[in-house]
Design a protein around this ligand. Structure first.
Ligand code: NAP
Length: 236
């Protein structure tokens, strides 16, 4: 039986790289905030897709539930909750609305999705993987984002204990990766951005972390960023 996977935030960056890695060997349900027509061309052929804007956490979980029902899936082998966003703003002046959206997209939606997905994952003795960030330990200019990822770390630690023997839960904290997230956040990393890992490298590291079964896993930035920089330099 082919395994069945859900990857959220799979229209770009790390999530898209993970979807492309998995496409040949599994049935995929992917999510993003845009409508299917806007993203169809970049998704792996044959992957199912549902628009699920996580700034409305319960609605997003409901959309995913509806998609699972339409597909006739009653089990999920792996759910990777990867969708995320942030805003580079001064924590002294960031608006309540901006703080709420970051916490909703990155944290409240993960809680709502975890609740919704539990019976599907249980049916497969499956695995729930949360994509955090090394920023959970604090990141200048990204206070709300850091707080949301610290919350996600706490959620993973709690669910790993709560659901032990039912569903395996892991959190993986990637380091800086060269995706569109920084531009969307209004953040210019400057020259150090050239050191960021490629999304394919981070996706491969997340896969290795999933296979290890360990949690939490922090992906060491320096080691793989240096390897990526060398590859880019050699291709010049
Ligand atoms: N890039 C980094 O340096 C870095 C480092 C550590 C951790 N991470 C984490 O890795 C994950 C993936 O990030 P990425 O770098 O691949 O970013 P990305 O390229 O911007 O991709 C993020 C994905 O999440 C989706 N998304 C954003 N807001 C959403 C919303 N409101 N509802 C539903 N989906 C939404 C995006 O959709 P759209 O295409 O519509 O925006 C996209 O599919 C995130 O959780 C991020 O926090 C990233």
């Amino acid at each position: 039986m082919r395994s069945r996977l859900l990857i959220t935030g799979a229209t770009a960056g790390i999530g898209l790289a993970m979807a492309r890695r998995r496409a040949a060997g599994a049935d995929l349900l992917l999510t993003g905030r845009q409508e299917h027509a806007a993203v169809r061309d970049r998704l792996p052929p044959g992957a199912a897709y549902v628009a699920a804007d996580q700034s409305s956490p319960e609605a997003a979980a409901g959309a995913v539930r509806g998609a699972l029902d339409r597909l006739g899936w009653d089990r999920l082998d792996l759910a990777v909750l990867n969708a995320g966003a942030g805003h580079a703003l001064d924590p002294a002046t960031e608006s309540a609305q901006s703080i709420r959206v970051t916490l909703d997209v990155n944290l409240a939606a993960a809680i709502a999705l975890a609740q919704t997905l539990l019976p599907f994952l249980e049916n497969a003795s499956g695995k729930l993987v949360l994509v955090g960030s090394t920023a959970h330990r604090g990141a200048p200019g990204f206070a709300s984002y850091a707080a949301s990822k610290a919350g996600l770390d706490g959620l993973a630690r709690a669910l790993r204990e709560e659901w032990r023997g039912r569903v395996a839960v892991q959190i993986v904290h990637p380091g800086p990766t060269a995706t569109g997230m920084h531009e969307k956040a209004g953040h210019d990393p400057g020259p150090i951005g050239r050191m960021f890992a490629r999304p394919e490298t981070t996706a491969a590291r997340i896969e290795a972390a999933i296979a290890s079964g360990r949690s939490p896993v922090t992906i060491p930035f320096a080691r793989y960023a240096a390897a990526d920089s060398l590859t880019t330099w050699m291709k010049r």
